[in-house]
Design a protein around this ligand. Structure first.
Ligand SMILES: NC(=O)c1ccc[n+]([C@@H]2O[C@H](COP(=O)([O-])OP(=O)(O)OC[C@H]3O[C@@H](n4cnc5c(N)ncnc54)[C@H](O)[C@@H]3O)[C@@H](O)[C@H]2O)c1
Length: 446
């Protein structure tokens, strides 16, 4: 008992003081070899919030780790809750159900929270968890709007908690090695990078307001978001396409590749962002663009562009989603845990591949083994008191780039930005999208 208390005290009081050597930073381990690397018998007690899709996949994966006890599953919808409990059971665990996140965070036998609820919950739940002394693994996009991202950094630092964002590419070993090569100049100075995401999503139709099903606590589902009537084409998953709760394809998927680009370019905040697009393919309740271009400029140094096609999955460069960096001496291409380097004559000069298959359309777990690398990094960051690979501060900067793209699209302006912090300069029409209003009683305070 005593050792337990001491151990929990240590895990809770750990302060984030340095970026230790990230696991796998040599880039030569296979994802599978990460699995049991922590090697001590100290176990981290985790809970998961939101288990219809991603949460069920991740909870199962966390539960498989020998240093984790998946103690609680939290959901506000009955079938999803059962799915989460079943996922933990499949991994050999047995979790308790808890429907209310506020009650969950009061549990003393809990070290960390995995947040897989819809986007409008990410920042409020992260801040609540940090205040309750729990470490956080929060799914991407880290926040619903830029102001929330800044609050999340403050919360992580003020309460000394580890906050890892589910930008799992940051822990993919071969990609880590590739980014290192990019930083070391394998294609010289990089001045342009582009990313794309494609899918073949159908229409969500024209929904209607209907009574809330008895199996759903819609009040708690909405939580921090101001109340709206329940519609029959919102839950699950389709909330992604409504601005009130979701953030569109740009943040749903663009966040991953834009983060790889910002990491590869080694840049922080941009000087200009613009965006065009629309809901072209179907005329239905879907509010966010299904076809979108976002252009991000970093002064006179480099340009980034993202193309999102939610309803036409024709590949670009042989991939449904990917990233290419263009530099003085060639191009660097990636899209999974591998990379290729071309010279200026289009000759393939380096190719590092793995047998990791990424199913970008699998909303539960695009690659189970590669998720393990990111989970292991999170657990190691807790135990070794260091920043994780996708620390909230880094991921806020990446998420901000696509958030600014959406703000440019919503306001119709080309945004001018302060390159020291990414803030919008002198544009009240765009500034209104920097933050949101909250349901009274749910405001975020630190
Ligand atoms: N990193 C990745 O590769 C990856 C992959 C898929 C999804 N995601 C992210 O995971 C998140 C969830 O996506 P999804 O596809 O699973 O969505 P989903 O709508 O299928 O599931 C969300 C779940 O959260 C639950 N929920 C809502 N409010 C809750 C509350 N107050 N307490 C507890 N549970 C609550 C819902 O009932 C539902 O079960 C999204 O933010 C998404 O961007 C990340």
């Amino acid at each position: 008992m005593e050792t337990k208390t001491t151990r929990r005290d240590f895990i809770k009081k750990a302060t984030v003081s340095s970026i230790g050597l990230a696991l796998g930073s040599t880039g030569t381990f296979s994802a599978k070899s990460y699995k049991n690397i922590i090697g001590s018998n100290e176990r981290i007690n985790m809970a998961v919030m939101g288990t219809n899709g991603r949460g069920a996949g991740l909870a199962q994966n966390f539960a498989k780790q020998k240093n984790v006890v998946m103690r609680y599953v939290c959901d506000v919808e009955e079938k999803a809750l059962a799915k989460g409990l079943g996922a933990v059971e499949k991994a050999g665990g047995k979790a308790q159900a808890e429907r209310d996140i506020r009650r969950l965070l009061e549990k003393k036998d809990l070290d960390g929270l995995l947040i897989c609820a819809p986007d409008h919950w990410h920042a409020p739940a992260t801040v609540m968890a940090c205040q309750a002394g729990k470490h956080v693994y929060v799914e991407k996009p880290c926040s619903h709007n830029p102001n929330e991202g800044e609050l999340m950094i403050q919360a992580a630092r003020k309460y000394n908690m580890i906050v890892q964002v589910g930008a799992q590419r940051r822990s993919w070993p071969v990609l880590m090695q590739g980014i290192k090569e990019l930083h070391n100049g394998i294609i010289g100075k990089v001045y342009f990078a582009k990313a794309w995401y494609t899918n073949n999503r159908g229409s969500i139709g024209l929904g209607k307001e209907v009574p809330v099903p008895p199996t759903l606590d819609f009040d708690l589902w909405q939580g921090p978001a101001p109340r709206k009537a329940y519609r029959d084409n919102l839950i699950h998953y389709n909330w992604h396409w409504f601005w009130h709760w979701g953030t569109g394809e740009a943040l749903n998927n663009g966040t991953h590749e834009i983060d790889v680009i910002r990491w590869g370019l080694n840049v922080d905040y941009p000087t200009h962002v613009s965006s065009e697009g629309g809901r072209y393919r179907f005329k239905d309740d879907w509010e966010t663009p299904d076809t979108q271009i976002i252009d991000i400029k970093f002064g006179d140094d480099c340009l980034v562009t993202w193309e999102g096609r939610s309803c036409n999955s024709r590949d670009s460069e042989g991939r449904g989603r990917g990233v290419i960096f263009y530099g003085e001496n060639g191009a660097f291409e990636t899209g999974d845990n591998s990379y290729k380097v071309y010279d200026l004559k289009n000759k393939l000069v380096k190719k590092i591949t793995t047998d990791d298959i990424i199913d970008g359309r699998d909303t539960s777990s695009p690659n189970v083994n590669l998720d393990v690398a990111h989970i292991t990094d999170f657990l190691d960051a807790i135990k070794n008191n260091r920043k994780p690979n996708a620390d909230i501060e880094e991921l806020h900067k990446s998420t901000l780039l696509v958030q600014l793209g959406n703000i440019a699209w919503l306001s119709g302006y080309r945004l001018e930005l302060d390159p020291s912090n990414g803030h919008i300069i002198n544009n009240p029409a765009a500034q209104q999208f920097w933050s949101r209003t909250y349901e009274p009683g749910w405001e975020i305070s630190l």
